[in-house]
Design a protein around this ligand. Sequence first.
Ligand SMILES: Cc1ncc(COP(=O)(O)O)c(C=O)c1O
Length: 393
Amino acid sequence: MTNNYETLLKNHLNTLDEKGMRRQLRQMGRSLNGRTDFKGREIINFSSNNYMGLAQHPLLIERGTDWMEKWGAGAMASRLVCGTMELHEQVEQRLIQGKGGEAALVFNSGFQANVSILAALFDKEILGSEPLVFCDRLNHSSMHHGLKAANIRQIRYHHNDLNHLESLLRKNANIAGPRFILSESVFSMDGDQSDVDALIELADKYDAQLYLDEAHATGVLGQNGFGLCAHKNVAFKMGTFSKALGGFGAYLVCSKVVREYLINRCAGFIYSTALPPSVLGTMDAALELVPSLGAERKRVLANASKVRNSFIKSGFNVGKSSTQIIPLIIGEEKKTLAFANALEAENILGIAIRPPTVPRGASRIRFALSASHSDVDINYLCDVVDHLSTKVL
Ligand SMILES: Cc1ncc(COP(=O)(O)O)c(C=O)c1O
């Protein structure tokens, strides 16, 4: 039995190998100043989501350590049992202030948040019928999984195409029931932004509620760095602490009613141990620091513009990136892997992203810039990519 079963798994792995799509773990060493120890040497890391360099920031490390020393290593139970501490509520208060909203709830990870929040929000048993859920085609896998868990049919619109979205909203205008629009505010693999104001207008016009995933915007863009929907009329402001905020965990800023509902219905919240004090300490420190990072944000975005222009000049396609995330779209999987290896030989970590994370034929190196990168690192990246361009173009 087991052998037959494992043969099926091996067959799948072999198929992935043949297509250049097999994924493998690579062990990384310690990171500092945008560089990471890797295979016995230091490599410039252009693949992390540590956009503001907060993962190594002394204040996050100090507060995480301090809260752990004072409160212990674990929360000991789920939030509803006896795991809620004043620390959770302090972080939630900071989120309310930064993002603007009535209430906030922290979650254990961004993936867990999207899966379990969407499953609860779109629960047909509660709603009495299937809600209409309009989704950007490139939304993150965690959102797709949340909708799958809720057994909801997605009404997908072309990526960032609000004319298409409006035509679908119009077409479904006479169907009864609640409607929702789901999008990221900065798309993780393309580094382009959604037009949040236009989405708010459409939501308003068609009586829909807007759910925005701010994983890659929070800390980098928007009012005081709190993301593109900070202090805007967005019903569900979701995000993570695992990217620019340097740590781990996630959040939803929403109405008080939605918070109460999730506390009572969201399985991922109810049946999971509360976040521990060390993690909450890093969250708290990151939220305190975000408004003071204006100069770092400006620098990262200026560097991104410089890198994009340089890549384009070298003949590459960078899609519609307008943020710290810059895709170098190569297309074919094996060619993209070969390019990543060539970068590695030049001491640059630029991971190849392949299907199913991105559409077939759109494999890419996803470069992510950080405030930790020096000007020398940025110039070096541009030079190396230019030099390697002849290998793939
Ligand atoms: C848009 C988006 N949402 C959610 C997640 C999941 O967040 P986390 O890494 O905190 O689980 C990611 C991470 O890759 C993401 O890119």
